[in-house]
Design a protein around this ligand. Structure first.
Ligand code: PLP
Length: 397
């Protein structure tokens, strides 16, 4: 890329921080041992590095190291949490509750469980993207075994009231799982004070490597039972077999350490950039902010733009800025985002939406450049649209 577009798609993934890469490198070559090889020094070195990483990750979310199960990312962690709890607890009940705006990595395992005979309640969200706790309480049945509600939404960035949800679940003796892929390292998370029983994490949204994440599984009060989804060498206390990837685990811990160190200052800085982008764009008429104004991730801005075609907008922006749209490409073409339609948007307005994910390496110069380009493109697309409408109406009269 000779003049690469400005990257504002940090909810999709983030570039790896060079400090993370530096921490990982020795574990590919010199310290390459298998952490399960307990009878020689190569294994010990790797095992010590994994132990240290596990302790660091556990400390940051206030759990015990043994409660961390390494996985390939949040998708696998969500699958393990949802299918694992359902399989281990179906004698107690076969009803689960989740919300309409979850990531596909939660919705699809739920659909799969439905095909096996489980019943799933998909709670709707309010106009601001947040769930209503009264609605949640009403959905709880004697057969409910698990509630799964994401901490932060990956499209509109809204922060669900997870502490209150956890408290309600515990009052009803139901397990609570949260997908914290977008929240970890960006907002404080404490599994004890927030009453979480299972939590999914991933490294690549916080400047760590792709292909590594974890599931937190509570061991006491209550002890959470899950069935493993991958069997083999009984790593991770039998809950997830497979040789542990020492470099990725070390990278995950380093990424989390950095994210926590810089959380306060970075959060302030990203809010400033985000608000500046919003101020510049919202000068135009017909721009909607999606998701609650206050309860959202620092680096997230999601907008819908009236009077423009979503595809034309993306085409116009693509040389300048890498952002995500309000639609998902599937094998059958583009479908409007299920999150935006859950907010009550029409398919065409959902398609004319943009998700900005501002991250650690973005500057205010970049934000100004993107805002300027966006204003130009929206204005010219609207002019073209008006012109087309005028010609059509002349033609008809
Ligand atoms: C990115 C993301 C996932 C998937 O995580 P992977 O580690 O890429 O599997 C799941 N849930 C949410 C909310 C995400 O943002």
């Amino acid at each position: 890329m000779s003049n690469p577009p400005i990257y504002l798609d940090c909810h999709a993934t983030t570039p790896m921080d060079s400090r993370v890469l530096k921490a990982m490198l020795p574990y590919f070559t010199e310290h390459f041992g298998n952490p399960s090889s307990i009878i020689h020094a190569y294994g010990w070195e790797a095992e010590a590095a994994v132990k240290q990483a596990r302790e660091l990750i556990a400390n940051t979310i206030n759990c015990e190291p043994v409660e961390i199960i390494f996985t390939s990312g949040a998708t696998e962690a969500n699958n393990l949490a949802i299918k694992g709890v359902a399989e281990a607890n179906f004698n107690r009940g076969r009803h689960l509750i989740t919300i309409a705006t979850e990531h596909r990595a939660v919705l699809d395992p739920c659909r799969y469980l439905e095909s096996l005979g489980f019943e799933i309640t998909y709670l709707s969200v309010s106009k601001n993207g947040l769930i209503d706790l009264n609605q949640l309480e009403k959905a709880i049945k004697p057969e409910t075994i698990l509630v799964s509600v994401m901490a932060a939404n990956n499209e509109i960035g809204v922060l669900q009231p997870i502490s209150a949800i956890g408290e309600m679940c515990h009052q009803h003796q139901i397990l609570f799982h949260t997908d914290a892929a977008q929240a970890i390292g960006k907002i404080p998370l404490d599994v004890k004070s927030m009453n979480m029983d299972l939590m999914s994490l991933t490294a690549h949204k916080i400047y760590g490597p792709k292909g590594i994440g974890a599931l937190y599984v509570r061991r006491r009060n209550p002890k959470v039972r899950i069935s493993s989804q991958i069997q083999g060498g009984s790593q991770e206390r039998g809950m997830r077999s497979g040789t542990l990837s020492t470099p990725q685990i070390v990278g995950f811990a380093k990424a989390l350490e950095l994210a926590l160190e810089e959380m306060e200052s970075e959060s302030k800085r990203q809010i400033q950039l985000r608000d500046s982008l919003w101020q510049q764009i919202s000068q135009l008429e017909g721009i909607h902010l999606n998701g609650d104004r206050q309860r959202r991730l620092p680096g997230n801005l999601n907008i819908s733009i009236e009077g423009v075609d979503g595809a034309a907008l993306l085409l116009g922006l693509q040389p300048t800025v890498a952002v995500s749209s309000g639609s998902a490409c599937s094998s059958t073409g583009t479908t409007p985002s299920h999150v935006l339609t859950a907010l009550g948007h029409s398919p065409s307005l959902a398609n004319a939406s943009l998700r900005f994910g501002i991250g650690r390496f973005n500057t205010s110069e970049e934000i100004d450049q993107v805002a300027k380009q966006l204003l130009t493109i929206i204005s010219s697309l609207r002019k073209a649209q008006n012109y087309r409408d005028a010609i059509l109406s002349n033609h008809q009269s």
